[in-house]
Design a protein around this ligand. Structure first.
Ligand code: ZN
Length: 131
């Protein structure tokens, strides 16, 4: 029998989905090529500071919308496939966002509790209502 998923991981899934929904709402087109579905398959919410860092995982400023090519697949310019080129692109085209990333890429938060996830979800819900 599969192990029952913890409440914390359910809250994490909920917060992840909410964050991604908001990012795709703010960025309905790929930030690199400016295409939107159906020209590209979908728009994916990318974490500028990797999502392993919980402190910035649910920050609105940490998200950008990208098509699959510019998110993962392009070997010349994509967040995961060509990260150095992507960093250069971000600095050149979105200096304010690049500055935010530089200021927050070492942020840490501890401890990560169920309560912390609930706070993130509440903040994201409030932000979504204001969109
Ligand atoms: Zn694109």
């Amino acid at each position: 029998m599969p192990r029952k998923r913890s409440q914390k991981s359910k809250l994490q899934d909920q917060a992840d989905a909410l964050w991604a929904e908001i990012i795709r709402c703010i960025w309905p087109r790929c930030a690199v090529c400016n295409e939107a579905p159906p020209v590209v398959r979908n728009i994916q919410a990318h974490h500028l500071i990797g999502r392993a860092r919980r402190a910035t995982r649910y920050k609105i400023e940490n998200g950008i919308g990208l098509c699959p090519s510019h998110h993962v697949f392009s070997s010349t310019l994509s967040a995961h496939g060509a990260p150095l080129a992507f960093s250069d692109w971000l600095r050149a085209t979105h200096p304010g966002i690049d500055q935010w990333v530089r200021e927050h890429h070492r942020d840490i938060v501890t401890p990560i509790t169920e309560g912390w996830y609930r706070e993130q979800i509440e903040r994201l819900e409030q932000f979504k209502e204001g969109l």
